[in-house]
Design a protein around this ligand. Structure first.
Ligand code: MN
Length: 272
């Protein structure tokens, strides 16, 4: 990969930004197995400094949308400017998507957790526990999905344009070839019914890669699957530039995938 000089924000080096094992478990625990494989959490414990150097092991708590000091979910900063993914994803879409849609999921998740805490103390309406639990899944899913979406994209001079040899070998074993992967992934994304996502995931029991669809921010998920690469196919992700041409947007998405980060998530998912 090339040096990510297009980064527009300083690396998150505040004390406590790196996620310890216990904090990682707490940070992601509310999101359940659907969000991250438990084994992955133990590995998310280093700063993102190494990433800027082209290294590995480098996803901080703030990168994952968690403030370990305030113990609240937060909107993660992008590592690139809103217009950095032009012409594939337009600046207006990026700004609205990140600063409004994603921010809404963060506040919805924190709100749901606050309401559940009130119920535990006997101060809330216990009859609403089903409602707030569903809100955790929806907004928590939205928060994690978008956090990973921003992490695994980048501008041309920032990204690795192909997977590591190790990930490539798994892709070829499980999908036949990279072309096979993209054909399957794009078809899955284009066929999501309504709002949702397509995902490349690592399934730890078999140790293989799968492509799955997701409806809304959480439905159709396979227990234990570790997300590696997702494309958001809600209309808010592409309608300003592509209108109803979801297929063109999904095809353009190929150009902004940062395979270095997908490699990293793959390593984390396997505990290596
Ligand atoms: Mn979205």
């Amino acid at each position: 990969m090339t040096t990510p000089h297009a980064r527009t924000h300083e690396p998150h080096t505040e004390s406590g930004a790196a996620l310890g094992r216990r904090d990682a478990m707490l940070a992601m625990g509310a999101l359940g197995a659907a969000a991250f494989a438990p084994r992955a959490l133990a590995q998310v414990n280093e700063t993102d400094r190494a990433l800027a150097q082209g290294g590995r092991g480098i996803i901080s708590a703030r990168d994952l949308g968690w403030d370990p000091e305030a113990r609240r979910y937060i909107l993660p900063e992008l590592r690139y400017a809103y217009d950095a993914l032009e012409p594939h994803i337009d600046a207006a879409t990026m700004e609205i998507h990140h600063s409004r849609h994603h921010a809404g999921y963060v506040s919805g998740l924190n709100k749901a957790l606050d309401e559940l805490a009130k119920i535990r103390k006997g101060e809330g309406d216990a009859g609403l526990i089903k409602h707030w639990s569903r809100e955790v899944s929806f907004h928590g899913g939205g928060h994690v999905n978008h956090t990973l979406f921003w992490l695994t994209m980048g501008p041309k001079d920032f990204i690795a344009e192909s997977p590591s040899l190790e990930l490539l070998a798994h892709m070829e074993r499980d999908f036949g070839s990279m072309n096979g992967f993209w054909t399957h992934f794009e078809a899955a994304a284009n066929a999501v019914e309504g709002s949702g996502w397509a995902w490349l995931v690592y399934e730890p029991n078999a140790g293989r890669l799968l492509i799955t669809q997701m409806e809304k921010q959480q439905d159709l998920w396979m227990t234990g699957a570790a997300p590696l690469l997702g494309v958001d196919v809600w209309e808010h992700a592409y309608y300003l530039r592509y209108q109803n041409r979801r297929g063109d947007y999904v095809k353009a998405f190929r150009n902004v995938v940062n395979w270095a980060m997908v490699d990293e998530l793959f390593a984390i998912a396997r505990g290596v």
